[in-house]
Write a protein that binds this ligand. Sequence first.
Ligand SMILES: Nc1ncnc2c1ncn2[C@@H]1O[C@H](COP(=O)(O)OP(=O)(O)OP(=O)(O)O)[C@@H](O)[C@H]1O
Ligand SMILES: [Mg+2]
Length: 265
Amino acid sequence: MRVWAVANQKGGVGKTTSVVTLAGLLGDMGKSVLVVDLDPHGSLTSYFRYDPDQIGGSVYDLFKSSALLDEGLATQLLLDTSHRNIRLIGASTAMATLERQATAQEGMGLVVSKALATLWDDFDYVILDSPPVLGVLMVNAMAACERLIVPVQTEYLAIKGLERMLRTLLLVNKSRKRPLPFSILPTFYDRRTQASVQSLRLIRTSFPDQVTNAVVPVDTKFRNASSSGIVPSAVDSGSRGVRAYSMLLKSLLSQEVETSAGVTS
Ligand SMILES: Nc1ncnc2c1ncn2[C@@H]1O[C@H](COP(=O)(O)OP(=O)(O)OP(=O)(O)O)[C@@H](O)[C@H]1O
Ligand SMILES: [Mg+2]
């Protein structure tokens, strides 16, 4: 099982869209995929037509029973989605209270990590969707994953938000055995605007080793997909946006091969 997280403290940069699109492409390849909604707003949960206000079991339950996280709990929370190879653990709006309750409690940073350990043989890939807030839920995402994907909207001042996110990463790295590898994914790219062109250039010169070759363009088909509850590749596999995510996925998968080669050699 490989675990990726998508996070950025800035809102509306394409995090949830990245999770859904990458999960869809992996699912299309026949991989079994779990997506986990760690955002109390529940956009990912709503995407797959569950209501975060009414949902029965969610990530919230993992935190509530973390002291006795029994083997079966995470399995009980798995929900079907419109894609036969993708399961969801949803978010409930009650998770908003966790940020207040959980920070003081010991071990709360590893709840998601421990829950995923109980599902280790059940999925090929797990993708965690993070809220745009630095708190216990984002910290859980960063502690549980082996690669972080940071979508960055190509606009003026994008780099400022990115720097903030990378400071958070440095903090998280202090409690990890190895620094968390991350990929910066430029999103909402529109080559007709100076803001897009210049900010992409700045991101590339500032983070040459981390920025992905794939650049996600503005593509209205993402919104259409979200209103239908179907993953973008199933709505239009040839759209420009989906093609960009395919390119991203290819590079993520090839990095994986490199990493495991590095481990065995
Ligand atoms: N490349 C894109 N082109 C056009 N629209 C997009 C693109 N990516 C995402 N969107 C749309 O922009 C909106 C915000 O995207 P998304 O929900 O993925 O961002 P987010 O970072 O998860 O937001 P939040 O911080 O609120 O969780 C959604 O309506 C989505 O459909
Ligand atoms: Mg989101």
